[in-house]
Design a protein around this ligand. Sequence first.
Ligand SMILES: [Zn+2]
Length: 164
Amino acid sequence: MFRVGIGFDIHRLEKGKKLVIGGVEIPSEYGFKAHSDGDIFFHALTDALLGAVGYGDIGQLFPDTERKWENTPSRVFLEEANRIINEKGYSVLNIDGFIVIQRPKILPYREKIIQNTAEILNIEPERVFIKGKTYEKIGEVGEGKAAFAEVVVLLKKEVKNEND
Ligand SMILES: [Zn+2]
């Protein structure tokens, strides 16, 4: 039994903030303005996992109105989403995603982002793929004022009996 999930996340970029994507702190003048660390890739992926099993969304589970999530590393959200899908008997078959940011280039950090993701989800790195893209200087994303991520996940359930 298979289930597919899709996730999207966008955050504004501001001078002097940390740029954390896929759990990797990337050297940059600009970083995410967000309640947590603003990790667009982990947020999109968390939403994709939760969506695949029909379990609310990241904003419901970790409301940004709650102080306890302030400056939370986003791996915490991803770990919780993975626990939820595992509890329902699912595991990740594969992940494919886009990280869209005008600068800096994502390619040098791609392997590390894939490793982090695989490690948190307890899967082989071969099951995770991401593409870094620019926005061709179009609009606010193209001007470096924001960055976004889009992720698709496929989950597989180990079917133990017909009534599952
Ligand atoms: Zn977010």
